[in-house]
Design a protein around this ligand. Structure first.
Ligand code: GDP
Length: 439
């Protein structure tokens, strides 16, 4: 869903407004320490529109020690606005307009996002007139006057937010471009697979510049969906150059992984995964990318004729246990045997990447799992799971509101992950879990 960011300098009441907009049930008070994710966000609903609300007060940014508040505020505003569909810019009616408010306004104006100006702490009708005079000069029209503390004006504000949200587009899935990185060791068959894919009858192909000077991506349309094959120049680059080809190609792989939605890891079906393959798979998953495994050179395996595909896939998963949710397909880029198995698999993983589980369903599944397998009691304190939400897809993020995030053992996290995977199709997609203390 669309993202709405609440932006403004410290102490204007961003978190209070954030909580007020969400209502008490979804309010997230504290981020768990040690979690690198640095925003407070939650799914909000108003007039049947769902959006992700972000409280930038929680964003930790590098700050200038000489002017920590100003530099932190600027960085937060910049980064939040960049990702947001709508920005709620909060100023303080009691303090009035400060120079830092003007700076934030300039930053927001440059991002060209729709901005809703909100004057908080308006708790008397007398304040209202002066608020309009004071803040209208910022260039975002007359501010919405609200009191986050008492709730006045927040309904009108929600109406205004929802009005500015981009339309929900049910065909978005077809239109979104999916970036695919073909990764794997030299000579595993990446360029052969690339050429085979691009020769497919129904593929419409065009080369476009990638983000770095020497990278070339290929746009490729398959069944009405556009895929971006990342750095096909790197994939095509052949042996024969001097220098460390291994090093060069793995560096390119890393860059390609960083830019992709789905990493397609080629391994030699005959030899099975190598250490380098394990490393590449690990990096892709650490970067929260979806992963599909291709056992290439399947023609050679078939000559041997000994192993069935499920047996081979099981063997590969045994050697890449941390990637056991990644689907495996076998094909031959050379003979094109089973070549058609790849794109449907990629498409399915793409769907899983965008899968959102309705909150009610999610909570039912988790509640039942927790009832069937109660969490272990940690020094006399039982773990309680109050509420689960999935504020993000692509990749999916699940937030668990619990009594104490410190007492969730790794084994219990795995149990919860297995439960969700058994219930919902997240094949090929890494799942992220945040355990947070409930307010
Ligand atoms: P890259 O370095 O990963 O791009 O690998 P290439 O696509 O250049 O392939 C390396 C070698 O493996 C070439 O000689 C290919 O013809 C061969 N090759 C690629 N795919 C297959 C396959 O599916 N079966 C067999 N038998 N050979 C393959």
């Amino acid at each position: 869903p669309a993202t709405v960011a609440v932006v403004g300098r410290p102490n204007v009441g961003k978190s209070a407004l954030f909580n007020r907009l969400l209502g008490q049930r979804l309010a997230i008070v504290e981020d768990t320490p040690g979690v690198t994710r640095d925003r407070l966000y939650a799914l909000a609903e108003w007039r049947n529109r769902t959006f992700t609300l972000v409280d930038t007060g929680g964003i930790d940014t590098d700050v200038d020690p000489n002017d920590p508040i100003a530099s932190g505020t600027r960085a937060q505003a910049e980064s939040a606005a960049r990702d947001a569909d709508v920005v709620v810019f909060v100023v303080d009616a009691i303090d009035g307009l400060l120079p830092i408010d003007r700076e934030v306004a300039d930053i927001l104006r440059r991002t060209r996002r729709p901005v809703i100006l909100v004057a908080n702490k308006v708790e008397s009708p007398k304040a209202l007139a002066s608020v309009h005079a004071e803040f209208s000069g910022l260039g975002f029209g007359e501010p919405f006057a609200v009191s986050a503390m008492h709730g006045e004006g927040t309904g009108d504000l929600l109406d205004a937010i929802v009005e500015k949200l981009p339309p929900d587009d049910p065909t978005r899935l077809e239109q979104a471009e999916l970036a695919i990185a073909l990764i794997g060791q030299p000579n595993v068959g990446k360029s052969s697979l690339l050429n085979a894919l691009l020769q497919e009858e129904r593929a419409i192909v065009s080369d476009v510049p990638g983000t770095t000077r020497d990278a070339i991506d290929t746009l490729f349309t398959w069944k009405q969906r556009t895929f971006r094959l990342i750095d096909t120049a790197g994939v095509r680059k052949k042996a024969g150059q001097h220098g460390s080809i291994e090093y060069y190609s793995s560096l390119r792989s890393l860059k390609a992984i960083a830019r992709c939605d789905i990493a397609v890891l080629l391994i030699d079906a005959l030899k099975g995964p190598t250490n380098q393959d394990r490393r590449l798979a690990g990096i892709a998953l650490e970067e929260r990318k979806a992963l599909v495994i291709v056992g290439n050179k399947y023609d050679l395996v078939r000559e041997l004729g000994e192993y069935s595909q499920p047996e081979l896939a099981k063997e590969i998963h045994a050697q890449l246990p941390f990637a056991s949710f990644a689907p495996v397909t076998f094909l031959s880029a050379l003979t094109k045997r089973r070549l058609q198995s790849l794109m449907p698999l990629v498409e399915r993983v793409a769907e899983n990447l965008d899968r959102r589980i309705p909150t009610a369903k999610l909570n039912t599944v988790v509640r039942n799992a927790v009832l069937a397998h109660p969490p272990p009691i940690h020094s006399g304190k039982p773990l309680k799971v109050f509420y689960v939400s999935q504020p993000q897809t692509h990749p999916p993020l699940f937030v668990f509101h619990v009594n104490d995030p410190e007492i969730v053992p790794a084994a219990y996290r795995r149990f919860i992950e297995n439960t969700l995977r058994a219930e919902f199709d997240f094949e090929g997609v890494p799942l992220t879990f945040d355990f947070r203390e409930r307010s």
